[in-house]
Design a protein around this ligand. Structure first.
Ligand code: 26Q
Length: 841
């Protein structure tokens, strides 16, 4: 068969052209003379897919042959973004592809724009998973991702009359050329039904979970090529399909229709991503999704394990490491036990030992409202066997704790997997920690908060049993391939030119070599030219999306992230109003001397998050007033950029001078866009929160405009506020006054009422008693926020100084490459080693 295959030169422009023509004609049924840009994109995608498939298969064969330990990343979300540009870069096909398509009269960039942006994630957590996949492949680690192939990803955000409108994102459209459907790889997943007892073939007593419904999980493989390696890993996403058996007794027309309907329902499971990124909603479908993908993934990885000749269960932890991305896949703890005990007939004690050696858990949030808790009643109906297993695990766990702390210690109720109350619940966080070998936070400050505030009793328990390092820190990162090389080719070219090679793309410590040029005037002019180029692209983008002309000489100030009160987009827009008021007070001559600024804010709000949606409306309305004010519009513009997504980030981030990472101290676990901005030569206005703290440590204090209270001061400020001592700065009073006057309400009574409700809430004008006002300390941090912005303007006035700081910061970001992060996971948590595939095997 091998000999029959067309052999082609993967790197030769002519063979790329031939393959392109073949796909146009035979895969897409176009003619070579009559095709659209979309057809061309699709055909180019298939050209790449051929190469990816080959590498994926060979890499797998190699891992199998070497019998290596494997890592499996379980995540309900992957915010992968567009494939094409990234795949071309990682396969080292940039030159030949460019040549091939120039030869055909096409610009590659134009093809890239044809691709839908797969948004199978909400925000940070999903994008982190995608960056991890890139680094795992680049480091030649035998690691796969598992997740859900949602038919509808994160909604598309339209802005109508300043308000968010959610539109469905049917990203699959006419099919994604980069994915490989695997109808041969399916697993049954049971839901509901009941548990009975019986005897197995050998006459042994056993547990049977029967009845209910069965859906089939079908695999869709997404090849993930590494950069500068021949390894290609896999992201395997599961799609829910009706089970194959069809009830033939259904001969009446009504029953037949019902039966078709119930089969169609199976597909609902993987239909849509929940667009919630911080507050958990106890929706039954969400739990079904979680179990569905966890069960299929564990069945798949265990099947791979037992394919090995003479496997022994005791070797499982030497061959398998699983990472649970937040609590979303935490039902894995019970499912692993079920598969081992009920299906594989491993003894309970050994099964538990294996489970707790293989599984690990990453926590991504300190917000208590984000910790998942599922009603016991729901689990009992949907996963009756799992409830039994969790009950048994908890019983043994409590006994152990009672021995240690006495029968009635308060520690016991805190550590129990079950939460008592009117509605009994299962705490997925506790289940995750109990079932995990290692638990990690995502930035230094966050890991400390986990120990002290989120799970203090667990941490104490770990210390008591002599295992304080069960909880470890793994500071997040981002991949420099997508976020520097693809997003900012001009900057990538500068680095490669000054450093003499592109080695920095796989070893970011090499960027330190740029530091000796940080005051070099030639580099300065190239650096500033790079920023100009990025700003020109941004200007075109903003013109298209917001119909706004922006001055490319202005300081570009960006805040892009999910809209959330703790992220304080509200504080940002209040500051913009303050800046506007200051400008209005000035004479035309004085205005001439002020720094021009363009403020861009973008992000999606969860569809039921009322306050977040009002904040979007406020930003839009403030933009409408400021942008058309002839006194000031030359000096200050503000826009809400609709539909923030990965591809928008790739245009916006490289163009920024400063970006806002201004969460209340102690609320943002890490943040990852902060890293992307700095890698692109942007500076940060930020609080001492999440990874900002570590970025500042690496880049130097002078590169960051820090403000606001520290994490340890928050409780004290809140306590004082509750007792009535919470002064409001006069400048902020003036801003509140303008909002209350209706200056930004456009005569819309509804908006006026909403804006006032935001301000009133901050000022705590509501029913006396509980203080639930300015929870995120906008008022308290506002004066120092103004100061930080003034420092930005003053520093920016000195172009050479700014440029030096920008170079210094961008060149000091090695720590925030996911290559470093993933190396730490591989060494400290997974015990997985690189397995570099040689080219000719
Ligand atoms: C849970 C249950 C039901 C429905 C939705 C959810 C859900 C979905 C997504 C809960 C949370 C998320 C996402 C959380 C998230 O993105 N957290 C961010 O993770 C980043 C990567 O570690 C950090 O940088 C951010 O600080 C953190 O906010």
């Amino acid at each position: 068969l091998w000999k029959l295959m067309d052999t082609y030169e993967p790197n030769d422009p002519e063979s790329i052209q031939k393959s392109f023509a073949r796909h146009l004609e035979y895969s897409l049924a176009c003619t070579r003379f009559n095709f659209t840009m979309e057809d061309a994109y699709r055909a180019a995608g298939l050209v790449l897919r051929d190469r990816l498939l080959e590498s994926l298969n060979d890499t797998n064969d190699y891992y199998r042959k070497m019998d290596v330990k494997r890592g499996y990343y379980l995540s309900a979300e992957y915010l992968i973004g567009r494939h094409m540009q990234n795949a071309i870069a990682n396969l080292d096909l940039e030159q030949p592809f460019k040549e091939a398509f120039i030869g055909l009269g096409m610009e590659l960039e134009e093809l890239f724009h044809e691709e839908a942006d797969p948004a199978l994630g909400n925000g940070g957590l999903g994008r982190l998973a995608a960056c991890f996949l890139d680094s795992m492949a680049t480091l030649s680690l035998p690691c796969w991702g598992y997740g859900i192939r949602y038919s509808y990803g994160m909604f598309k955000q339209e802005i109508q009359n300043g308000r968010q409108v959610e539109c469905p994102d049917f990203w699959i459209g006419d099919g994604c050329p980069f994915e490989i459907p695997r109808p041969d790889i399916t697993y049954p997943v049971r839901l509901y039904g009941e548990v009975t007892h019986g005897e197995d073939e050998k006459g042994n007593w056993c547990v049977n979970w029967v009845g209910g419904e069965i859906v089939q999980a079908m695999a869709y493989d997404n090849p993930i090529p590494g950069f500068d390696t021949y390894n290609t890993n896999n992201l395997r996403l599961w799609r829910a399909c009706p089970s194959k058996e069809f009830d033939l007794d259904m001969f009446s027309a009504a029953a037949y229709a019902d039966s078709v309907e119930s089969r169609r329902k199976a597909e609902d499971l993987s239909a849509v991503l929940y667009p919630n990124d911080a507050t958990y909603e106890g929706k039954e479908l969400r739990l079904r999704q979680q179990y569905f993908f966890v069960s299929a993934s564990l069945q798949d990885l265990l099947r791979d394990f037992i394919k090995r000749p003479n496997y022994k269960w005791s070797e499982l932890p030497e061959k398998v490491a699983v990472q649970m991305n937040d609590t979303h896949p935490t039902i894995a703890v019970a499912e692993m036990m079920r598969l081992l005990v009920d299906v594989m007939h491993v003894h309970w004690e050994e099964a538990w030992d294996l489970t707790t050696k293989c599984l690990n858990y990453t926590n991504h949030t300190v917000m208590p409202e984000a910790l998942e808790k599922w009603p016991v009643e729901m689990i009992e109906r949907m996963l009756p066997r799992h409830l039994q297993i969790i009950g048994e695990l908890n019983l043994r766990w409590i006994k152990d704790l009672q021995k240690k702390y006495g029968d009635h210690s308060p520690v016991i109720s805190a550590l129990s997997i079950f939460e008592e109350g009117d509605i009994k619940k299962i705490r997925m966080g506790n289940l995750a920690i109990m079932g995990a070998n290692k638990v990690n936070g995502v930035a230094a400050i966050h890991t400390e908060i986990i120990k002290k505030e989120t799970f203090p009793e667990f941490y104490k328990y770990c210390c008591d049993i002599g295992k304080p390092d069960k909880i470890v820190n793994m500071t997040n990162g981002v991949t420099p391939r997508r976020w520097v090389h693809c997003a900012n080719p001009a900057l990538s070219a500068i680095f490669t030119k000054y450093l003499g090679s592109h080695e920095w793309l796989t070893d970011m410590t090499k960027l330190k070599g740029m530091l000796k040029f940080k005051e070099d005037s030639k580099l300065h002019s190239e650096w500033m030219e790079m920023k100009r180029e990025c700003k020109a692209k941004l200007a075109a983008f903003v013109k298209e999306k917001c119909d706004l002309d922006i001055d490319q000489d202005a300081l570009i100030d960006i805040q892009i992230k999910r809209i959330h009160e703790y992220k304080r987009q509200l504080m940002n827009i209040l500051y913009v109003i303050h800046r506007y008021q200051e400008l209005k007070k000035k004479s035309p001559g004085e205005r001439e001397k002020t720094q021009k600024r363009v403020v861009l804010i973008g992000g999606k709000a969860a569809s039921a998050y009322v306050n977040a949606k009002i904040i979007i409306k406020l930003i839009s309305n403030v933009g409408k007033v400021i942008n058309k004010d002839p006194d000031t519009s030359k000096y200050l513009k503000v826009a809400f950029v609709p539909n923030y997504c990965v591809s928008a980030a790739q245009v916006m981030i490289p163009a920024s001078d400063i970006s806002e990472h201004i969460s209340t101290a102690g609320t943002e676990a890490s943040g990852t866009s902060n890293m992307k901005f700095v890698m692109n030569g942007g500076l940060i206005v930020g609080t001492m929160d999440g990874a900002n703290i570590e970025i500042r440590e690496e880049c130097g204090e002078d590169t960051m405009f820090i403000f606001g209270c520290l994490e340890h001061q928050v409780a004290d400020i809140a306590a004082k506020a509750k007792s009535g001592h919470y002064p409001i700065d006069s400048r902020l009073q003036a801003v509140f006054q303008a909002i209350r006057n209706g200056d930004f309400s456009h005569g819309e009574p509804e908006a006026q009422a909403e804006f006032c409700s935001l301000v009133d809430r901050l000022c705590n004008i509501q029913a006396a008693g509980t203080w639930d006002g300015d929870k995120y300390l906008v008022i308290s941090d506002f004066p120092s926020f103004i100061d930080a912005q003034a420092r930005v303007d003053a520093t920016y006035a000195d172009k050479a100084k700014w440029c030096k700081l920008s170079i210094q910061a961008a060149s000091s970001m090695a720590k925030f490459s996911t290559d470093r992060t993933i190396k730490e996971y591989a060494e400290v948590i997974w015990g997985v080693k690189p397995a570099v595939r040689p080219l000719e095997d």
